[in-house]
Design a protein around this ligand. Structure first.
Ligand SMILES: CC1CCN(C(=N)N)CC1
Ligand SMILES: CC1CCN(C(=N)N)CC1
Length: 330
């Protein structure tokens, strides 16, 4: 049985967290976005048109003695922000930290949308959602985690994302040095392929908790905390000068003073998003107004506990117990 750990680095404003992996023999090193909200491992590749590659590292299956084309298989994925990618599939050796899966489905891109072409530091995505939503046709493939979980000391991984600092993903163990106090556990509904849970309530600042169920997914691939419109409205009502700015496509408010904390329940525990993490990023060069890290989940069908929520905590994604654990960072 094994365990593993890999460091992940925050991009500017923690917009995404990029993690090194290696593919093939000899190993080809790429840096990808670990995404618990999807279940495809896809990478920029030598099969793409040169115009769609702007600085990214690419996977070259012809330069790997262990690559084997999955004949007839294709994939196509579209993300919440409208970005998309598609291509064909190889089986090859994939290593994360000290953990190796010998016959991992590696989805080589032939096409990517501009959002990916323009994201120079991101060479692809590594899905950590449930394999039921893998997009490979005709036969969906397993995620890296699904392929390795039975070889791990425990079938779980943890995400310890940080605000503007390197974080880490661990596989197969819960690092007792990473959190303080007790981990709050809550059941996961994986029926839609996501790490979905229901929070029993929320509070704005130092107010009392409101009983208001919020069902959503723990999603490392989404930057912000996307909540029901009524909750978002109740939060921004507490901030002088906060308003919905249609140009910016969300709530904007004066960067100072620091806005109130946002607290959400996890079973019998609570998770606090500090106000200074809600001021996601300045919208203007004068740094007067800030775009909110809390925005509406309208149109998605459920809430998304993205990086703004996850980076407050040490989060355990437990496939064995089908539960999420939220612990206070050490
Ligand atoms: C429901 C959506 C959440 C955001 N996505 C993602 N992290 N891959 C896409 C699916
Ligand atoms: C979940 C994914 C959404 C799309 N992404 C992007 N535009 N760079 C990456 C993460």
């Amino acid at each position: 049985r094994q365990t593993g750990t890999v460091e992940t680095d925050a991009e500017k404003h923690d917009v995404e967290y990029l993690t090194p992996i290696s593919i093939g023999t000899p190993p080809q090193n790429l840096i990808v976005d670990f995404d618990t909200g999807s279940s495809d491992l896809w990478v920029f590749s030598t099969e793409m048109a040169a115009k769609d590659i702007k600085g990214q590292a690419v996977y070259d299956p012809n330069n790997s003695s262990t690559s084997e084309k999955l004949q007839g298989s294709t994939w196509q994925i579209t993300y919440g922000d409208g970005s998309s990618s598609s291509g064909d599939v190889y089986l090859d050796t994939v290593t994360i930290g000290n953990l190796t899966v010998p016959n991992q489905a590696v989805e080589a891109a032939t096409k990517v949308s501009d959002e990916f072409t323009d994201d120079a530091n991101n060479d692809g995505l590594l899905g950590l959602g449930f394999s039921s939503i893998n997009t490979v046709q005709p036969t969906p493939q397993n995620t890296f985690f699904d392929n390795i979980k039975n070889n791990l000391d425990a079938p779980l991984f943890t995400a310890d994302l940080k605000h503007g600092a390197p974080g880490s993903y661990n596989f197969g163990y819960i690092d007792p040095a990473a959190y303080v106090g007790n981990i709050s556990w809550t059941p996961v509904d994986s029926s839609q392929g996501f790490w979905s849970f229901t929070s029993p309530g929320y509070a704005v600042g130092t107010e009392a908790m409101r009983n208001h169920s919020i069902s959503g997914i723990a999603d490392t691939g989404t930057t912000l905390l996307l909540l029901p419109k009524s909750v978002v409205k109740a939060y921004y009502e507490e901030i002088q000068g906060a308003q919905y700015d249609s140009n910016q496509g969300g709530y904007v408010f004066p960067c100072s003073p620091t806005p109130p904390d946002f607290v959400f329940g996890v079973s019998d525990g609570i998770v606090t998003v500090p106000g200074d993490m809600v001021s996601y990023a300045p919208v203007d060069s004068a740094n007067q107004d800030c775009f909110g890290g809390i925005q509406s989940d309208t149109g998605i069908g459920f809430s998304i506990f993205g990086d703004v929520a996850l980076k407050t905590s040490f989060v355990v994604f437990d496939a064995g117990g089908l539960q999420l654990g939220w612990g206070a960072k050490n």
